[in-house]
Design a binder for this molecule. Structure first.
Ligand code: NAD
Length: 433
């Protein structure tokens, strides 16, 4: 008999907590969910809503929808709540973001207008290019965390919420590395009380989320929950966490192409990536300190996929460059160019050119939905700490310190689906028919 993992039923409402709720990704995501509820569109790109999963051998011909196999939360049960540095409600913010057509936003006006951001925990030091004034003022970071906890509890009581997931859709913070204050919960809480500058706002949100029993996913490349103090707290409080940096656009393409090149043992001399974008995200990234955080996140994928230490002749010396250029006329409609210099038989060189005209937030929105749905599933299944099976969605997957991060999108996809099969009490698939 199949042994099923014990997973609590998704009864009641799932509260979705979003720092950065007035941003392009958040408003595109929320408007999308409201549009699906009204049958105004379909959740293309979302595995939790449209993905299927093969079970058993191919001859069994069993490929149910993931949402039919697993006890996932229904999108009708999602309730949104969030914070932003800018006070505009989600209707105005969606219009400003300029991602979706105005005619669609008008049809969702009532739903979007009813969501207004709470005052944010924010400090200009971590994102200099933002000018919003919708900001909480308290004596120290610890008190700010308590204010966030109060906001979350009020929302939970007022809307009769059963479970919580927080997803960071706020701006990318400046580049930071781990320091003493991040070492454990005690040093972190002391740092909150003494306003330690190594504690950024996204860490304060993550701390508040874990304290309130909310699963936490980080859509930006900043450290946030990826510090020992908070991973320790997540284990202690039985909270699943995941991050960092939604895998969309150019990096998505990179982690689709690179595993193919490597699987055929074609060598790599260089990979040059550049792109233009003109949304607020691009404006924040125009500051070199914020760009550095994104650059680090984007650079890592190729090193881990090509494994130069195993294949020095093929990948021992490739040049990798990533550029992001803020170009306002383009808005959210990013354009990226990749030039890939590869070599084959006897070292003869070849080139691949990729020109992706994408829409950043259209690619990010289904990731936000899937992360919310799967992180809630993880929590109901009693999973805690870093959820590596969520690597599929991230540019810089959080991972246990004893292993390297998995960047290859095909391995990530197998890992995600095998985790679902395992949770459902089905056999994992190794493709050995
Ligand atoms: N769009 C994508 O494809 C994509 C991909 C990967 C990562 N990301 C990351 O996701 C995040 C959101 O992207 P976006 O395009 O929506 O950006 P955005 O600039 O439109 O939205 C970010 C929002 O966060 C708010 N904010 C900043 N600091 C805050 C704080 N401390 N508290 C509350 N609100 C705060 C800003 O005011 C803004 O409204 C960014 O960090 C971005 O780098 C986006």
């Amino acid at each position: 008999m199949k042994k099923k993992f014990k997973i609590a039923n998704p009864k009641g409402k799932l509260g979705v907590l979003i720092p950065g709720i007035g941003g392009a990704v958040s408003t595109t995501f929320i408007a999308g969910v409201e549009a699906f509820k009204k049958n105004l569109g379909k959740p293309f790109g979302s595995l939790s809503q449209m993905g299927t999963i093969r079970l058993e051998k191919r001859t069994s011909k069993k490929s149910p929808l993931i949402k039919d196999l697993m006890p996932l939360a229904d999108i009708e049960d999602l309730e949104f709540f969030g914070w932003d540095v800018y006070p505009e409600n989600c209707y105005k913010a969606a219009l400003k973001a300029g991602v979706l057509e105005e005619s669609l936003i008008e049809r969702l006006r009532d739903e979007l207008e009813s969501i207004t951001p709470e005052k944010a925990v924010f400090n200009k030091r971590y994102a200099t290019n933002l000018k919003g004034k919708n900001i909480k003022k308290e004596k120290n970071y610890f008190k700010l965390a308590q204010e966030l906890i109060k906001d979350i509890k009020n929302f939970k009581n007022k809307k009769n919420i059963d479970r919580l997931v927080m997803i960071w859709c706020g701006s990318t913070e400046i580049f930071m590395t781990q320091t003493k204050v991040h070492k454990n919960i005690k040093s972190f809480e002391q740092g909150l009380k003494s306003n330690d500058k190594n504690i950024s706002p996204s860490m304060i949100y993550a701390y508040a989320a874990i304290k309130c029993g909310a699963a936490y996913a980080n859509g930006a490349p900043n450290l946030s929950v990826d510090i020992p103090a908070l991973t320790e707290l997540s284990l202690r409080n039985n909270i699943p966490i995941a991050g960092k940096d939604f895998k969309t656009g150019q990096t998505l393409m990179k982690t689709i192409l690179a595993p193919g090149i490597k699987s055929r043992l074609l060598g790599l001399n260089g990979w040059f990536s550049t792109n233009i974008l003109g949304n607020r995200d691009g404006e924040v990234l125009d500051n070199p300190k914020n760009f550095k955080t994104k650059e680090e996140s984007k650079l890592n994928a190729l090193q881990h996929i090509f494994q130069p230490e195993l294949h020095p002749d093929l990948y021992g010396d490739f040049y990798h460059k990533v550029r992001i250029n803020y170009y306002p006329p383009r808005g959210d409609q990013k354009e990226s160019w990749d030039n890939i210099d590869i070599f084959g038989w006897l070292g003869y060189t070849m080139q691949i050119k990729v020109n992706f005209l994408c829409r950043d937030s259209i690619l990010a929105a289904p990731i936000v939905l899937d992360l919310i749905i799967f992180m809630d599933l993880a929590q109901r299944a009693g999973m805690k700490g870093i959820q590596e099976w969520m690597s599929f969605y991230f540019k810089s997957p959080m991972h246990d310190e004893t292993v390297y991060p998995e960047h290859d999108i095909f391995i990530q996809s197998i890992k995600l689906k095998n985790t679902l099969r395992f949770l459902a009490g089905e056999k994992t698939i190794d493709h050995l028919d």
